[in-house]
Structures are given as C-alpha cells and as structure tokens.
Design a protein around this ligand. Sequence first.
Ligand SMILES: *Cc1c(COP(=O)(O)O)cnc(C)c1O
Length: 555
Amino acid sequence: MNKGVATILVADELIKYIRSLDDRITIFLSNESKIRIYEHIFALIALGYFANKLSNLSVDQVKKTVWRWSKKLFPSYHLKIANEIGAEVDKVIKDSFPPIQGLEEQRSLPQDGLSNKEVMRRLKLLHDSDVDIRKGQLFAYVYPTNEKHEKLVVDAQNMFIHLNALNPTAFPSLRRMEVEVVQMAINMLNGDSLCRGTMTSGGTESILMAMKAYRDYALENRGISKPEVVLPISAHPAFEKAAKYFGIKLRYIELVTDDNSHRVNIEKMKRAINRNTILLVASAPQYPHGILDPVEELAKIAKSYSLPLHVDACIGGFFLPFLESAGYKLPCLFDFRVDGVTSISADIHKYGYATKGSSVILFKSDDYRKYQFMAYTGWPGGIFVSPSVLGTRAGGNIAAAWTSIVSLGHKGFQSNVANIMKTSKAIQEGIKSIKGIQVIGNPVMSIIAFCASPSSGADPLLNIHAVADVMQSKYGWKLERQHKPSCIHMTLTPSHVGIESTFIGHLQDAVQVVLGDPSLANKGSAAMYNGISNIPLTQIADDFLIDFMAKTYTL
Ligand SMILES: *Cc1c(COP(=O)(O)O)cnc(C)c1O
C-alpha cells in the first residue's frame, strides 16, 4: 500500500476511534481513562504518522507498533487500563469457575498417593460440576450419540489406549487402522486413486498441516517467501493460528450482509489475489452460521489463477456426504468431485462421533501432501520423520475413530443426518415464526445462527445476547454467543433430536422477556459481549483475552 494512503488511513481510523469511544467504551473504562485516551490519541496519530513514514508496515502493523510505543511512553495510562481490564477479567473468572463444594484444591503432589476411593470421589465431584452433555442443552463442543455407540467406541479406545503412533513400524495395527480411516474418508469425499491423507488430532491440526504444506510448496515451486492466503472472514480461527505460527499473511474477505445471505463476496475474493497468494480457502460449511461457501465458484477462480483451494469441511465432512441420500439438497458440490479442490479437512471427533482427538487432512495427491511431512537426520536419538504437528500420537484415538466410522457405516451416518436435519428444519421454521428474530443466511445442515431482525421495527433493536442470557437463566439452554454481527449459534447433534417444540416455546418467551425489559442488554453476557466486541482499539480486547487466558490457567 502507498505510504501516504496508509498514513491517511491510520489517521482516519484513529479519528473514527475518537468518535466511537465515548458511547462504546463506557462499559469497560472509567471516565478518567476516557479522558486520558483523548489526550493521548493525538499523540498516537503523530506516532502513527512517523511509524508509517519510517517503515513499510501495514495499517494493522502500524496500529500494533503505535500501541507498543504508547505503552512505553505512557506507562501510567496503560497501567490504569491494565488494572481496569484486570478487574473485569477477575469478575469473569469468578463467574466461570465457582468453587466446587467438598473439593479442596490440590496444589502439590500428595505425600502418599490418594486411595482409589478418594480419587473416584473427587472425579465424581468434578464430573458432576459439568453440564450433562446428554440433555441436549449444549450447542457446541460435544457430539453425543447413544450409549451403545459410545460404549463401543470407548472400548476400542481403551483396547489401544497405551499405544503410540509416533513410529508407524512400532505398532502396525495403528498404521493399518489409520490408512483405512484415511482411505474411507477419501472415498466418502469422492477422491480418486491419487488422493492421500493423514490422521491428525483435530481440525486445528489438520488446518495447520494444510497451511504448512501449501506454504512450503509455494516456496519450493514458486519461490514465494511472503506467502498470503485469501479466505472468507468466516473461516475458522485455526487459519489465523496457522498464519501466526507459520508467518503467513491472511487476506480476509467480508461477507455480504445487506441481503442477509452472509455469503462471501466472490468478486472481492478474486481481487485480493496477488503474486504472493499461495492458497484460497472455502468452508463446508463455515462454523459461525453454518453456511456453505460457494466451493464450485471459488474452485473456478482458484484454477484460473493456478492456485490450490482448501475446503475446510471440519464440521461438515462427515455430515454433508449423507445429505442428499437423507432427502435434502446440497446448494453446490464441495468435495473432490469439484475440479480445483486440492485438499479437505474433516473432523472425525465431530459428526464422525469418535472420541476427542481425531480428524483427517486429505490432499488431491502426494505432490502437496509430502510438504506436510518433516524429516530430520541430525538427532543422536535416531533418524526422525513425522507426518504432522504431534510427536507421540494416541493409539486409542485412531482405534476409536476407526471403530466409530465402520460401526456406523453409510446407513448409520445417513440415519443420524436424517434425524438431525428434521430437528434443524423445525428449529429454523420456529425461529422464522418468532417476530423480532431471524435466521442468518441459508444454513445448509445442522448449524443455525439467528439474530435480531432489523425489519422488526423494535427500537432499540432486540439484544440477542440478552435473549441467550434469559434462555440460560430461566430454562437452562446454553447457547453460543457470537458477534460481528451479534447472533446466537447452535450446532445440533443427536442429543437435540426432539427438543424442537420445547426449545421454540422457550425462545418465544425469552424474546418477549427481553423486548419487555431492554435493560437486560446491560447485564450478564450481553453487557460483556457488548463491551468486548465494541472496544474500538482491538489491542485492548486482545489484552483482555490474554489476561483471561493467563488467569484461567492459574489455580
Ligand atoms: C471445529 C472446526 C475447526 C477446528 O477443529 P478443532 O477440532 O476444534 O481443532 C475448523 N473448522 C471448522 C469449520 C470447524 O467447525
């Protein structure tokens, strides 16, 4: 970007901050801090100008640099912000992790090991402190099926639980199950005989591996040392993680929201491609709203620029293949049948109903997959070669994944899909029937997001996070809060089949409660989400989250 333009943009951004500071930051910072921000913001503009003059940084990097400098220059002001953030984080931590009655904190190793009885007593207390995942009140994280299936999978896992897939020749059983899992996934996703893959510990690792493979492929074959990836903003944060870990620049493309489609803007995606681009990404479907990216159109673009296309089917990979035979339409193809799709990630620990810790990353051929691998001969401990991020790899997970998919078979998957789709459709219809809220876009499967309906005429607009708060405090539903735009997310699993009419009844009531009491928007998670997602300086929000992490993992 031209330096002059970047400078103006930085200044413009900062002026926008100033305008939005007053009403938005109140939830988070005291008046005194606000005034300090005004004082310093002009200094920051000047700093931003010089930072930009002196270097060729992007707007984002300039903002970060400015923030870092301002921490050095105005330590007392930052200390004050840090203290206020800290106090807010402490409140969240206190609410999230209440003490468990009868369970003292274990801070050092017990002198004599605890008795089995005592261990079990404590485990039971811990377990009982969690939500019951079979009651269908949770809409993320877990994919319960039925006791019979779960027992079989756990038995398989236990049988191989101590084995290690680190060295494939050590336990040939694990290698055999892994290559079968990968081959079954390839065939399910219509790959040809050249397709290859690996099992990983989850969607994140699968995506890390894809990003690493394409980065190294582009470096070796095209000499690209400043790699960039073009992807919809709705793509999973695992891509951001990979980008941060592996030094890849991401070009996020926004969604089209004015028609409520929330589909990615294809024209913009095309325009973001440049000579450093190494990869395009599509999701099948994307997690936030369950919308299927236009894989076929993106594959055409990818091909026309001779670029690879990764399809992130982490959540849909073991669901979408059964949609049509269960009687539902796919808006477009998303798998290896699409010419131009070069890799797919698909999680077995989601709709593959395996235990946590299994996914596959599949490539069109070894031309790409081999760049995922890592070889090293310098170690005195022996020659070393590894397919993925992990060293030691849990044998039990491989056995559990293998068992889950062979025991379900095509029919088992299809019947789960059919059952869940019935519930998904009924919930979507129910949401549409409630005045004041609307489904976001056109969800392709079992993932639904809904938001306040701008056409409802409510003023102020219904606060959807307050609706989630009422659903939780009054009825026990733990819905997922999302932002940009504010909405509620639901991932439906077999545990939700049958909840539809109760759920919709409760939702109708919760919407009425919030419409009747707009002050609910200033309480609970509604207030917190409003606070965090509206902080104009993203660095303050990042600091909040990092502080939250640090305190979460401290006894
Ligand atoms: C869950 C998910 C991931 C990440 O998978 P993990 O197993 O949580 O690491 C990536 N992409 C999508 C679309 C997902 O839903």
